[in-house]
Design a protein around this ligand. Structure first.
Ligand code: XMP
Length: 326
């Protein structure tokens, strides 16, 4: 019979047989798949695994801490955190085109990860125990989609960017390649991965970088992070997390409108709430959130985030609208 405990046991055996005494590397993004894959490999080979988390500064409130503190405490993984926040801000300066932002974030991510991978290879490996393997959170649907062949080493789970350079050749460890998403979550819970990660809704690799319409700056990220945190808190408090596929909060940073906040006239920015219901993100409908929940989110954001004086609801299905605004 299928139980998460049985699956963990047999996957642990498979990973041990595959990697032997070699060292293993994993790029952690904070998402479900890479986190569960890493936790499983850690269970199998312990400190032979080193995880790398690139903090690009485009995550939501609390997410970096979830990886750096909660995930490490729960699983005991050896984690290298690369603080690349300044580097990403510099690379994104002046960019407004969505595809250029994506390309820039993807390119910077792979550069930072490559450097970190080289450091791990020289710091953690030795002749008898070289760093030979890269963990990927590939799931069964990904395998089917790509024709079932063996993948090449790319950072698919994160940014859909290309392969690693020739001097970084790794074999792939893909312990989740026979599992569906709901099975991965069960396995994650069995392994003690924090629930906030196991049940995390989809979040794009380029993160908040594509939820600021206009140039990405440190100040704008702060504003969006604050508004997004409030929306997530209220949706969670209302028990709606599992009903909603995801709810992007989007900052229209180049648009200003007049408002009255406190005693005076303000000239602030709108944020858009984009709650969607979906099975697979290919199509989606806008979620009919209860009015009282919408009202609480709106009131709190405009009270607590000084720069935002208007909260707008996106009522477009996909198609024609995509889930993200960029
Ligand atoms: P759209 O906006 O195309 O989004 O309806 C469909 C799903 O994909 C996510 N998304 C991305 N994920 N890198 C990612 O890893 C990206 O560049 C990207 N763009 C969109 C989006 O959040 C939704 O779940």
């Amino acid at each position: 019979t299928w139980t998460a405990a049985n699956v963990v046991d047999s996957l642990v055996d498979e990973v041990r047989a595959q990697v032997g005494a070699d060292r293993v590397l994993c790029a952690l993004s904070g998402g479900v798949d890479s986190s569960v894959a890493a936790a499983l490999v850690q269970r199998a080979v312990g400190d032979q695994l080193t995880c790398v988390f690139v903090d690009h500064g485009l995550l939501r409130s609390g997410e970096a801490e979830q990886v750096e503190k909660d995930f490490v405490a729960a699983t005991g993984v050896d984690l290298v955190v690369v603080d690349a926040r300044e580097r990403f801000l510099t690379a994104l300066a002046g960019l407004t085109d969505p595809e250029e932002k994506r390309k820039t974030i993807g390119r910077e991510f792979i550069r930072v990860f490559e450097q970190a991978a080289r450091d791990v290879v020289s710091d953690r490996g030795d002749d008898e125990h070289p760093v030979k393997w890269l963990v990927q959170g590939t799931l069964y649907p990904d395998v089917v989609e790509s024709g079932g062949g063996e993948g090449t080493a790319n950072i698919k789970s994160h940014h859909n960017v290309g392969g690693l350079p020739d001097d970084l050749q790794f074999g792939l460890v893909e312990p989740l390649r026979s599992l569906f998403k709901d099975e991965v979550r069960q396995v994650g819970l069995e392994l003690g991965v924090p629930e906030a990660i196991v049940w995390r809704q989809p979040f794009p690799g380029p993160g908040l970088g594509i939820r600021i319409i206009g140039e990405v700056t440190a100040e704008r990220l702060e504003v969006l992070r604050a508004a997004d945190r409030i929306a997530r808190e209220e949706l969670t408090a209302a028990g709606l997390d599992r009903e909603i596929w995801q709810c992007p909060v989007v900052l229209l940073a180049d648009i200003r409108s007049v408002g009255v906040q406190g005693d005076g006239r303000t000239y602030g920015h709108p944020v858009v709430l984009r709650p969607v219901s979906s099975e697979d993100a290919m199509t989606a409908d806008w979620t009919r959130l209860p009015y009282d929940v919408l009202a609480r989110i709106s009131t709190r954001i405009t009270n607590e985030v000084r720069e935002v004086n208007r909260v707008v609801l996106d009522v477009t299905s996909k198609p024609p609208g995509t889930i993200e605004w960029e």
